[in-house]
Design a protein. Structure first.
Lengths: 600, 596
């Protein structure tokens, strides 16, 4: 209930338009009922005229254009057409107000969600599957929109139309009304059941569909193995099983769907049948006119969809609210890593680049095991250090604590002697250049990607950063140079080009600390040397932290830290560690071997 | 013009080919058309019956006659009800049947194709062929065509009944149809464009969201929250605009349809009223016409919608038949030789292979022999052609020149099944499937008993850890074995290879992705598996292959050195020797740290 209240907040901005839309819709229904009324009136008048003057007319033209009867007919017909046009215009206005508002509200909700997503801490993204978050921000919003669009419109429509028509019917004849409306509640209930069943079953079918796709994926991606073990027939059998399941489930849904239209047809037909039967007797008894029967037949036809849509609307409403609840959950997520005004002591000073970890331990949300265990280390400003270790040993986790992508569970991370939590996050991140392990470029131009972190970067700055990252030549080789689009709609950069673009993106900020998380893995050794050489000159003043698997990358570092299972197990210079004959020297030997293999 | 003609010709071929899958159900389809015909009649006869009720009975106060007509009406109604249900269900049933066999055929075809086909086509595309493209045919095959015929019947019957009652009034009633046609046509065009725009905008919006969820770390690290939010708002606004444009067309179209239907009614009342005054048209006819006018509009709208379905279905079926027409490039011999007792001798004789003519030669004139029970090792850098040798041996690809023999028989003379059953294959990316461990080991072969599985598992020391899993051999692997360690997954693949008791064992970098703890276990398992079998081993780690009878050192598709371990090590300045020296040092260190 609380969350629905929050949802209705979005209505506020469009309150005027929505009320106007409601009025349009009500008015359109008001005019709609005049159509059957006018038809009845015409028929009654024709009947009356016919009774008075049978056989007097012999020319159609005379009747239509020059008699009293013709005038009545023309007047009624024109009135009818006028009413219909008014009805049409109002219907147009309704959709233009109500449905358009729903799209505007959808726009607002989407903005709110994006706002929130951009603020949420990494902790949230680590604890939730990206697919789930994606659905919140896309599909769920679409469903919530239906609450403001179709649900609202159909509800108003059903209420006002049924209200007018039933009132009109009762005025004409209460008893016939009662008989004619008898089948309609069943229609509503039936539509509710069918649309509920369809919603539920579509999920089941969707799941089975994914199973088929999953089976195909599994088989096709292991085709060598399957062929080697001669298991093609078995795979075929398994696929056909899933395929058959799909057919069966689909048929079950088909069965219910195949009930829907015939039943709708039947219930409306029953209504008409009752009208002919009961109405016919009433006409014979002189209680109502034939025109009334025609009128009622049209009324029933007008009620069909609003009544049937009632069942559909209830289901849609349920789905919308369920989606909203999930969105609301996302929006209520605390954004806890933001600056705490009282505690910030550093927001403008230039960062020198001293880093210290004091007994730092870290656990990922929802995990029992520590990813970092009691790590203490010091990195002096302007020094050049390296972190090595096996995959999964905690290297990335360690550097992530520096720009506060995560906060340490225990212990402190200090920069220039101040706890990172006391730095303004904006300033902290501005002073750190970070090249992540998985190079992520946005699908815009190369220029925008490089200048990502700098407002109004000049083209000279961008070119210089690209040059320092050894990617300038590649970029200039592209037809559109810096305006080249990256990603699906543009060109595909090679892994090395991507990494170097990401490096340019990090160093254009002129940061005090630069972190390279295995950022040269896709670059060949020669280019790597050139980049390192450039950076050494360019970054000599800055603190550089380099995570790498390659000895060639790290061997010149001032200090090398070897991390294993979240603990710091060795550190020192390359030569010191080689002498030690421990983990590092072991890794070194292995790499020499692999290098040899590659070079034969 | 010629293009259009050509595409029409293609369409008719497609329809004929689809008919092949449809054929088993053709009598059902004919039955369904008959049902449609009856339903169309029963549906359209009702307004006619109300006319009779009004004119022949109510008008003269004949209550008994009225009752009869009402009973007839009721029967028509109930008849239509059941026929419609039956009809819809039957059409869906055979539609699903056709889709079922079509889907299975596509899967079967893809599976049977040569391995190079899988190299050329991304897996995603192949999945689309077996799922999406088949699904796109669903509407066409289930109720599409039958409903189209039904719509035509309906229009026919309505016209028939209307003409029967009054041809003049019929003309008056359908006077607005040209306008309806025109506006439907206009609407279709506009909405198609608008929908394309909406689809583009949705894709843009969604990919922006997707991209920013994935790249959220970068956004935050670079303090770009505000800027990205502004960019999103722009895209979001364009998305909204595209929708609002579509709403505009809909909010014009639906009122127009309603207005036209009502105008038709008004015309009927106006003209019919005059005719009624002349006693040439009765009230019953007027009432029937009012109903017919409404009934008439639905099938016409339905027909124009179904035409679109047909178009997209044909596009999908074209893609499906493309797959079904792909030729298998690895041919099986028509008169295969049967090999009963295989000893396991393998010969490569001047084998040359390239993927396509004029392209780089992958395997360049290679000859070697592996005798029964021998261990043949292949070393070399990535891209040297090590794995290709195995692919050729198993006939994933066919060689361009030279011959490969198994026990002295050209492998092209054997049936693929007969050839491959002699090999046990363990690949680098230890592929597990969803299902139980038992299923993963037997690959669904019911002839393999649990005892055999356990025996093989014990042989490679996998029994020990499998025993500890909940449900042991019936433990269900989630997400293709993600819950197991790399080493454990590898051991399961070993058991799989062992349980078939192959004559020839192939290990393609089978030990490279294993962590240090299980490394020893795995290499011990390797040793045991190789006993009594011809083995071909590709390895990075030289320790596994020291005992090899013959080692091929490959470089760029050629054999650079060959010989037994000792020969190669003794060779002054040899590649293998250099590798071995480094390896030796490495081992010394490994054993030292292991002790620590």
């Amino acid at each position: 209930m609380e969350s629905i209240k929050k949802l209705n907040q979005y209505l506020k901005r469009y309150k005027g338009t929505i009320i106007l839309g409601g009025i349009f819709l009500t008015a359109s229904n008001f005019f709609l009922i005049w159509i059957p009324v006018l038809i009845r009136q015409t028929m009654d008048e024709v009947e009356a005229l016919g009774a008075e003057q049978t056989g007097e007319y012999d020319s159609l033209i005379t009747i239509l254009f020059s008699s009293e009867a013709g005038a009545v007919l023309a007047y009624n017909s024109l009135l009818l057409i006028g009413t219909v046009i008014l009805y049409g215009l109002l219907l147009f206005a309704t959709r233009q107000t109500l449905i358009v508002s729903s799209r505007k509200i959808e726009f607002d909700i989407r903005n709110t969600i994006m706002d929130k997503l951009l603020q949420l801490p990494q902790r949230y993204f680590a604890a939730n599957r990206t697919g789930e978050i994606y659905v919140r921000a896309t599909e769920d919003v679409g469903r919530v929109r239906e609450y403001f669009g179709p649900v609202l419109m159909y509800t108003i429509n059903t209420i006002t139309r049924a209200g007018f028509i039933i009132t009109m019917m009762i005025i004409v004849n209460p008893e016939l009304t009662y008989w004619a409306l008898l089948p309609l509640p069943f229609l509503s209930a039936f539509a509710y059941w069918v649309s509920g069943f369809i919603n539920k079953y579509q999920l089941i079918i969707q799941e089975q569909y994914s199973r088929i796709a999953g089976k195909a994926q599994e088989t096709f991606s292991s085709i060598r193995l399957i062929k080697a073990y001669n298991r093609i027939d078995y795979e075929q059998e398994r696929f056909e099983e899933e395929s058959d399941q799909y057919r069966k489930k689909k048929l079950k849904l088909d069965l219910v769907e195949s009930l829907f239209h015939p039943t709708l047809n039947l219930l409306i037909g029953v209504s008409v049948l009752i009208l002919v039967w009961k109405g016919g007797i009433m006409v014979i008894d002189g209680l109502i006119s034939l025109g009334n029967i025609a009128e009622f037949v049209i009324y029933v036809a007008y009620l069909t969809w609003p009544v049937a849509s009632l069942g559909y609307t209830v289901n849609t409403l349920q789905k919308s609210l369920a989606s909203w609840e999930r969105i609301d959950e996302l929006l209520s997520e605390p954004v806890d890593i933001l600056d705490n005004e009282d505690e910030i002591s550093v927001s403008e000073d230039i960062m020198k680049g001293d880093i210290e970890f004091k007994n730092v331990s870290f656990k990922y949300p929802g995990s029992d095991e520590y990813a970092l265990k009691n790590i203490s280390l010091k990195i002096e400003a302007g020094s050049n250090v390296a972190i090595v270790g096996r995959t999964g040993s905690g290297k990335t986790t360690l550097v992530n604590l520096i720009p506060r992508l995560f906060d340490a569970t225990d212990g402190e991370v200090l920069i220039d002697g101040t706890n990172v939590k006391k730095w303004s996050v904006k300033h902290l991140r501005k002073s750190i250049g970070y090249v992540p392990q998985e190079t992520f470029l946005f699908s815009t131009t190369i220029k925008e990607n490089i200048a990502f972190g700098v407002d109004d970067a000049s083209i000279e700055q961008i070119e210089k950063a690209a040059d320092n990252a050894q990617v300038l030549e590649n970029i200039l080789d592209f037809e559109k140079k810096f305006e080249t689009l990256v990603g699906e709609r543009g060109i595909t950069l090679s892994g090395g080009q991507k990494q170097r673009t990401a490096i340019a993106r990090a160093i254009i900020k002129e940061p005090s600390i630069v972190i390279f998380d295995d950022s040269l893995s896709a670059v060949d050794t020669k280019t790597e040397d050139a980049i390192l050489e450039h950076l050494r000159v360019k970054l000599s003043e800055k603190t550089t932290i380099m995570i790498s698997h390659r000895i060639s990358t790290v061997k010149n570092a001032d200090t090398i830290f070897y991390v294993q299972d979240g603990s710091l197990v060795e550190f020192g210079t390359h030569n010191e560690l080689i002498k030690k004959e421990g983990h590092y020297s072991n890794m070194y030997r292995k790499q020499l071997l692999e290098q040899e293999l590659a070079e034969i | 013009m010629t293009r259009k003609k050509k595409s029409e010709a293609v369409d008719s071929v497609l329809i004929r080919r689809l008919y092949y899958f449809f054929k088993p159900y053709r009598w059902w389809a004919i039955f369904a058309i008959f049902l449609t015909l009856s339903a169309a009649f029963l549906g359209t006869v009702r307004p006619k019956l109300t006319q009779v009720a009004v004119d022949d009975h109510i008008a003269i106060g004949d209550v008994d006659g009225l009752l009869w007509i009402v009973i007839l009406l009721g029967l028509a109604l109930i008849g239509e009800f059941f026929i419609l249900i039956l009809n819809t269900y039957i059409t869906r049933w055979f539609g699903q049947g056709v889709l079922f066999s079509l889907r299975n055929s596509v899967f079967q075809k893809i599976q049977s194709l040569h391995v190079q086909f899988f190299d050329k086509n991304p897996i995603g595309r192949l999945i689309t062929r077996t799922t999406n493209d088949i699904e796109a045919l669903s509407q066409l095959l289930s109720d599409g065509i039958v409903n189209m015929i039904g719509d035509l019947f309906r229009i026919f019957f309505i016209l028939y009944f209307m003409l029967m009652m009054s041809w003049e009034l019929t003309i008056i009633a359908i006077l607005v149809l040209p306008i309806l046609f025109y506006s439907t046509f206009w609407f279709k065009g506009k909405v198609r464009v608008a929908f394309l725009e909406v689809r583009d905008q949705i894709a843009r919006l969604n990919s922006f969201v997707q991209e920013h969820i994935n790249g959220i770390m970068i956004v935050q690290l670079f303090n770009r929250e505000k800027k990205e939010r502004e960019r999103f708002e722009k895209i979001n606004a364009e998305h909204r605009h595209a929708h609002i444009k579509t709403i505009f067309y809909f909010s014009i179209f639906w009122p127009i349809v309603e207005v036209l239907a009502s105008v038709a009614m008004a015309l009927v009342v106006w003209y019919g009223g005059a005719r009624a005054l002349m006693d040439q048209v009765t009230f019953g006819v007027l009432l029937a016409f009012i109903q017919y006018v409404r009934q008439f509009f639905n099938p016409i709208r339905g027909l124009s919608e179904k035409y679109n379905t047909l178009q997209s279905a044909l596009a999908s079926s074209e893609r499906i038949f493309d797959v079904l027409d792909t030729e298998n490039e690895v041919y099986e011999s028509d008169t295969p030789i049967k090999l009963d007792k295989v000893k396991g001798k393998i010969d490569f004789e001047n084998v040359v292979f390239q993927y396509n003519e004029g392209e780089e030669v992958i395997i360049n004139d290679i000859s070697f022999t592996a005798n029964p029970g021998e261990l043949l090792a292949i070393v070399g850098a990535t891209g040297a052609g090590k794995t290709t040798i195995i692919n050729l041996l198993l006939r994933y690809y066919d060689i361009n020149q030279g011959t490969i023999y198994l026990d002295g028989v050209d492998i092209k003379e054997l049936s693929l099944k007969d050839l491959r059953k002699h090999f046990g294959l363990v690949l680098q990316d230890n592929a597990l499937f969803s299902g139980t461990i038992h299923q993963n080991i037997t690959l669904g072969n019911p002839d393999i008993t649990r005892e055999q599985v356990i025996k093989a598992a014990k042989e490679v020391e996998a029994h020990h850890f499998i025993k500890k899993l909940p449900g042991t051999y019936d433990y269900v692997l989630s997400e293709r074995g993600a819950s197991l360690s790399m080493g454990q997954r590898q051991l399961i693949c070993f058991v799989r290879a062992m349980v078939y008791d192959p004559k020839i064992l192939i290990l393609d970098e089978a030990t490279s992705s294993v962590d240090s703890e299980t490394e020893e276990l795995v290499s011990r398992a390797c040793q045991r598996m190789m006993k009594g079998r011809t083995s071909i081993v590709i390895a990075h780690r030289l320790s596994t292959i020291q005992g090899a009878d013959n080692i091929l050192v490959m470089h760029k598709g050629k054999i650079r050195e060959t010989g037994a371990h000792k020969e190669l090590v003794d060779k002054e300045g040899g590649i293998y020797r250099r590798l071995y020296e480094l390896q030796y040092k490495d081992q010394a260190v490994t054993s030292k740290t292991a002790r620590n």
